[in-house]
Design a protein around this ligand. Sequence first.
Ligand code: NAD
Ligand code: ZN
Length: 356
Amino acid sequence: MIFETTYTKDNYPIILKDNALSELSSYLKPNEQNIVLIDQDVYKLHKDYLKDHLDSLNLKYLTIISGEMCKQMSYFESISEKLLSMNINRQSQLIAIGGGATGDFVGFLAATLLRGIDFIQVPTTLLAHDSAIGGKVGINASVGKNLIGAFHRPKAVIFDLHFLNTLPNTEIRSGYGEIFKHAILNNEEEANKLMATYPSIKELTHLEDIEAFLKMGIQTKLDIVIQDEFEGNVRRHLNLGHTFGHGLEYLTKIAHGEAVMIGILFQKIINQKITAYDNEDSIFKFINYLKELGYPLNILNQVDIEKIFEYMKKDKKNIGQSIQMVLQTGDGSFTIEAVSKEEVLDSFIKLKQLIN
Ligand code: NAD
Ligand code: ZN
C-alpha cells in the first residue's frame, strides 16, 4: 500500500507493508552520505533482518538511546556534534529507524543541521503511524514535551509491518491509543469497528487486520495535515486526549498513547458537562473497554491533579490563561473549548470515582 501526500510541492510517499524496508534503496541518495540512526533496542531485536536489508546499501549506522530518552537537549547536542564530525553536507540524508521518539529526534536533527537536510522515516511502532506523518519533529525541554521543534517533512515514510512483531503489550496499547483517536476523528462507526475487532487484550496483541486500521489512521492524519499543515485550525483536533494525556505522561512516564487514551476518557468526562455529547453509559462502556485492554487506569490514584493542571496550563496550544481542550460535540464533530481549573478538578474527582 502506497499513499502519496498531496501538498502543492515537496510531496512524499508513505509505504505500508510487510518487508517495506526493501524499498529503502530507491530513496537513498547516490554518491552522498546516507546515515541510519537507529533505536538501539530495535537494532538488537531486528539485527539479522536489518543486516539482510541494509548491509548491501553502503550506509553508515549510528545506534542511539532507545525511546524518549533520545529527545533530551544534551543528547541532541552530542549527536549533532557527532554527525558534524562525520563531515555531513547539505546533500547528506538521515534515516530514522525506530518509534516516534526516534523519528521526532532524527527529524529535528535533519531540520536543524546545516539549516536543514533530508530525512526518511522508518517507523517501527504502531504509534509511529501517527508521528512519522505530518512533518512535526522535535525534542523535549526540562519543563515539558516537544517544546523545541520544527516542521520538516520527510522524503519518504517506509513503514515495515515486520517490526511490529516484537512490540511489547504496553507499546501495542500505546499505538492503539492513537489509532483509536484517529477512528474517533472519523466517526463513531470506525471506533466501534475497532472495539469489535479488538474486544480484549488477547485479540489486540495478535494485531490481526492491523494493516487496515493503520491505513485508516494514516489516511485520517494525512487528510488533516494536508488541509492545515501548521495547526491553524483543523489540525488542532489531533490533540484530542493530549491536553490531559501529556500531563499524565510527563508526570508518570507511562507510554504516550496510553496516556492519550486515558486523556480521551478524561475528555469524555469534561464533555459530559460542557457539550453533553457523552453520558454515563458511554463513559462506563469506555472505562470497561480500557480495563479490558489493560490501560493503566490505576495510575490515576497516584497522581496529583494540581500538578497535571500546572502542566496543562503550559500547553503551547493554550490561548492566554485558559486551558484549551478538544471536545467531541457529535459523531465525528469537535470543538475546542476553554476549560476552567474548577472543571478540571471536579472532573478528575468524578473520573476517580468511576474507575474505582
Ligand atoms: P518510542 O520511540 O519511545 O518507542 C517506544 C518504545 O518501544 C521504546 O522503548 C522503543 O525502544 C521500543 N520499540 C520501538 N520499536 C520497537 C519494536 N519494533 N519492537 C519492540 N520495541 C520497540 O515511542 P512511540 O511510542 O513510538 O512514540 C511516542 C513518541 O512519539 C513521543 O515522543 C511522542 O511525543 C511522539 N509523537 C510525535 C508525533 C508527531 O507528530 N511528531 C505524534 C505522536 C507522537
Ligand atoms: Zn500523540
